[in-house]
Design a protein around this ligand. Structure first.
Ligand code: ATP
Ligand code: MG
Length: 173
């Protein structure tokens, strides 16, 4: 599975709709401090279902919505779309949050649960907590991880994390 396109609107500093194409190979994001490089990575994690505002450097989930500046009013919603391609062709995953209304997800235009998005990415051995997405200051944490934590990272990388998500879901029924 590869992320091919990323669309943002009202997400953090990306107030105007923006679309980025991600080509094959290595992608670098460069720019001055504070220009939004980390926000891009957070947008990907958020669309994949990240549920912790703190790990998105916010106090609450609505903090991902453009908060306004002296020159621009705040927005009412944030929306991030990631287009991935895999064995079955392209899949479009959308997460949207509205002030006071929480998050909603769509896969290929159909309303789905957060769980469905988690399963989609877990089966592809990636996801909001994938060791493939390493944010600033997290590299040290991986190096010093306890064996159990490191095992979880290896399981995820090996593509069996989806089984654990399914097992947890089965246990809750
Ligand atoms: P560095 O090089 O320092 O790591 P960066 O390019 O990674 O910087 P980010 O941390 O992605 O930059 O972007 C920070 C900017 O995003 C700040 O200017 C901050 O004000 C802005 N920002 C974050 N959340 C919001 C929000 N909800 N509304 C408006 N702007 C926001
Ligand atoms: Mg940064």
């Amino acid at each position: 599975m590869r992320i091919r396109r990323l669309r943002l609107a009202g997400f953090k500093s990306f107030v105007e709709p923006a679309e980025l194409r991600i080509e094959s190979g290595l992608t670098g994001v460069v720019g001055p401090n504070g220009c939004g490089k980390s926000n891009l990575l957070e947008a990907i994690r958020w669309a994949m279902g990240e549920g912790s505002p703190k790990s998105l450097r916010g106090g609450g989930m609505e903090d991902v919505i453009f908060a306004g500046t002296s020159a621009r009013p705040p927005r009412d919603f944030a929306e991030v779309t990631i287009v991935v391609d895999g064995e079955d062709g392209e899949t479009e995953v959308v997460r949207r949050i509205e002030r006071g209304a929480g998050s909603a997800y769509r896969i290929n235009g159909r309303d789905v649960r957060a769980r469905d998005v988690a399963l989609l990415f877990a089966d592809a051995a990636t996801g909001a907590h994938s060791p493939a997405l390493v944010s600033q200051n997290r590299i040290g944490a991986i190096i010093t991880a306890r064996p159990a934590e490191r095992r979880a990272m290896l399981e995820e990388a090996a593509g069996i994390a989806g089984l654990h998500v399914r097992r947890k879901e089965a246990e809750m029924r």
